[in-house]
Design a protein around this ligand. Structure first.
Ligand code: UDX
Length: 401
């Protein structure tokens, strides 16, 4: 809170510092310690706390319940409490129960922001979803979004909560589908870029979220896809399709590991099959534009390579200034270089794991000149295969010949 008051934004998020700075300067935004302090006297209270994953894949609602318990006694009569946290179906009634305030309406309003483009996504939503059985409360919340001129979907709370999980599950399914088709393309001699362009041009399918890669990750898709399976199972439905989406993703990590092993002329069987192999990794974060390392496919792949005996050194633009404690803990076991070429120094295999534009701009000759080997595994299809091969790389990517 002290850092936020000083105008310091502790995460990488495009445009967020300006928005926060302007609002603080204009006296419209302040940071306080304690939910009750923030909620006292407010007409609208947004709950935006994390709902991390429990051991069985279900969402842990303890932060939500704690916040509701804290604000319940101080809310003014007729206030509206809006839940933005991703919660299992039925959680709106949990908040109502904990609040113990029949004079306060609770509305579900899931958020669909992507990390890295959160400000843009907030200001340009495809839709705003509002879930509440009390239509006047729903209209009050819809009015808050009127300046955005977005489509507003008003429904009951259970449907709003389901929309959030189903949207993330569907997007994860699109990516797993692209990754599965990429595996097929490699086998049959097709090209994934052409195939996804071809199917994405069908308006019923759409081009978004069909980019193949090392698998999806981050703080939402892995957690929400597992929660979807858990919620369905708790209600007696085996969501086998979603289980398949998740296992295709796990397999994708392993497919990338096998590509790196093959590029080093090794397999993945036996004890420490990658002993003596030096891997130079480009990218640690789960996608470009964020410093978030949670559930990063890059780290899952690198941890597996290290477990197979490889020596891993990597670089990410968000670790260029040194590591904070969280980053140091998540990157334990890997060397962290001060720049991209440093990560590739003496590497047998270079592996691209995050699609940072600065990696695409690297000079292939310089990359090769610092490496010990000539193998490049590009899990983000960031480079042009013909260019990299002409430069002298033994090049492999995802779903392309
Ligand atoms: C996601 C949802 O998009 C957002 O609506 C929700 O509110 C939170 O979860 P985010 O986790 O920030 O947002 O990342 P997103 O941009 O959706 O990417 C998720 C993962 O999928 C990343 O690992 C990314 O690299 C991967 N991805 C995405 C692909 O592999 N291919 C694609 O075509 C798109």
């Amino acid at each position: 809170v002290a850092r936020l008051r000083a105008g310091e934004i502790p995460i990488v998020e495009a445009g967020l510092d300006e928005v926060v700075h302007d609002a603080v300067a204009a006296g419209r935004l302040e940071f306080v310690v304690g939910a009750a302090t923030g909620a006292e006297g407010a007409d609208f209270v947004f709950l935006c706390v994390p709902t991390p994953q429990d051991d069985d894949g279900s969402a842990d609602l303890s932060y939500l319940a704690a916040a509701a318990a804290e604000i319940g006694p101080v809310l003014k009569a007729g206030a509206t409490v809006i839940n933005k946290s991703t919660v299992p179906v039925g959680s709106t009634s949990v908040v109502e129960r904990v609040l113990q305030r029949p004079d306060v309406s609770v509305v579900s309003n899931p958020e669909f922001l992507r990390e890295g483009t959160a400000v843009h996504d907030f200001l340009n939503p495809d839709r705003v979803v509002i879930g509440c059985d009390d239509t006047t409360a729903a209209e009050r919340v819809a009015a808050l979004y009127a300046p955005l001129d977005a489509k507003v979907v008003v429904t009951d709370a259970a449907s709003a909560e389901t929309i959030k999980y189903a949207a993330n599950g569907f997007l994860a399914m699109k990516i797993s589908f692209a990754n599965a088709v990429a595996a097929m393309c490699e086998a049959v001699g097709a090209n994934i870029d052409a195939v996804m362009n071809g199917i994405g041009s069908d308006a019923r399918i759409g081009p978004a979220f069909l980019r193949p890669g090392p698998g999806w990750g981050g703080s939402c898709f892995p957690k929400d896809s597992r929660a979807l399976v858990a919620i369905a199972s708790q209600h007696g439905y085996d969501f086998s399709m979603m289980r398949g989406v998740i296992s295709v993703n796990d397999e994708q990590h392993e497919r990338m590991v096998r590509k790196v092993a093959a590029a080093a002329g090794r397999g993945v069987a036996g004890y420490h099959p990658l002993e003596g192999v030096r891997v130079g990794a480009l990218g640690f974060t789960f996608k470009a534009g964020t410093d978030d390392l949670r559930e990063s496919p890059a780290l899952a792949i690198l941890r597996r390579l290290a477990a197979l005996g490889a020596t891993v050194t990597g670089f990410d633009p968000t670790t260029a200034g040194g590591l904070d404690d969280v980053q140091a803990a998540r990157l334990a076991g890997f060397g962290v270089a001060p720049d991209a070429l440093g990560a590739l120094a003496d590497a047998d295999v270079a592996v691209v794991l995050t699609e940072w534009p600065e990696f695409a701009a690297l000079d292939p000759d310089k990359m090769l000149s610092v490496m010990r080997g000539t193998a490049l595994v590009d899990t983000r299809n960031l480079f042009d295969p013909a260019v990299m091969r002409a430069a002298g790389f033994t090049y492999d990517s995802v779903g392309r010949q």
